[in-house]
Design a protein around this ligand. Structure first.
Ligand code: MG
Length: 217
C-alpha cells in the first residue's frame, strides 16, 4: 500500500497519479514540442512513489534518466466531471514531486509509436514530499519551483508559467478519470530538465510548500 502524509497528520492511501504533459511553454520549447491545446494526461502507478529522503534506482534498461520538478496536488474527495468553478474544493494539499523520466526509453518507444509507460512509471520514478494542507497555500499559481543536482541549480521556474492552471487540469482530468480521495495530480515541469546518474543528490523545493532530497542509486 502506498501512502502520502498530509502535514495535519492525515495519511492518504494513493490511488492513481495523473501527470500532465508539456504544461510549461519553456519546457515544451526545449524539446521543440508544441504545447497541446487541451491538457494531455498520462499515469504513473502508486507503486512508483518513494518518500522525500529515499533513493531512486535507474533501471538497467535505461542510460538516460531525466529529472522534472513538479507541483503535486493531492485530491481530497471523490469527483467526476468536476467544473472549473468547483475544482479547487477537491484539493486537500500541495507537495513537491519529481517526475523521473527515462528519456532514451521514452524517445525510442515514441518513435516506434508504442506506449511509453515503462519510461515514466517504473519503481521509484515518483519521489514525493509530504503534503501541506491546501488552506496554508494562498496562491498555488505563484510558487517558485527549484531543483538542483549536487548543489548546482538546474531548474528554477514558477507555477505562474503553467499553460493550463490547476482548476482547468482537475476539471479536464475528471472528465476522463473519476478522481478519488488520495489521487495525485502532477502539474508539469518548467525548463531545465536534464540527466541524473548514479551517486547524484537531487534537491527539489517549492518555496512555501516543501522540499525533497533524494539520491540516485
Ligand atoms: Mg513531467
Amino acid at each position: 500500500m502506498f501512502t502520502v502524509r498530509l502535514l495535519d497528520d492525515t495519511i492518504f492511501q494513493v490511488g492513481k497519479i495523473l501527470c500532465v504533459a508539456r504544461n510549461y511553454r519553456s519546457h515544451a520549447d526545449e524539446f521543440g514540442n508544441k504545447p497541446p491545446n487541451e491538457p494531455v494526461f498520462f499515469l504513473k502507478p502508486a507503486s512508483s512513489i518513494i518518500g522525500p529522503r529515499e533513493n531512486a534506482v535507474i533501471p538497467p534498461y535505461s542510460k538516460l534518466c531525466h529529472h522534472e520538478v513538479e507541483l503535486a496536488v493531492l485530491i481530497g474527495k471523490w469527483g467526476k466531471n468536476i467544473s472549473v468553478q468547483q475544482a479547487m474544493s477537491h484539493v486537500a494539499g500541495y507537495g513537491v514531486a519529481i517526475d523521473l523520466t527515462l528519456r532514451d526509453v521514452q524517445q525510442r518507444l515514441k518513435e516506434q509509436g508504442l506506449p511509453w509507460d515503462q519510461a515514466k512509471g517504473f519503481d521509484t520514478s515518483c519521489p514525493l514530499s509530504d503534503f501541506v494542507p491546501a488552506s496554508r497555500i494562498s496562491n498555488p499559481h505563484e510558487l517558485r519551483l527549484k531543483l538542483s543536482v549536487n548543489e548546482e541549480i538546474r531548474q528554477d521556474g514558477n507555477t505562474s508559467e503553467m499553460i493550463h492552471d490547476i482548476p482547468t487540469l482537475i476539471s479536464a482530468a475528471s472528465a476522463i478519470f473519476t478522481l478519488e480521495k488520495g489521487d495525485i495530480l502532477l502539474t508539469g515541469t518548467p525548463a531545465g530538465v536534464g540527466p541524473v546518474v548514479q551517486g547524484d543528490k537531487i534537491c527539489a523545493e517549492i518555496e512555501g510548500v516543501n522540499w525533497l532530497n533524494i539520491g540516485i542509486q
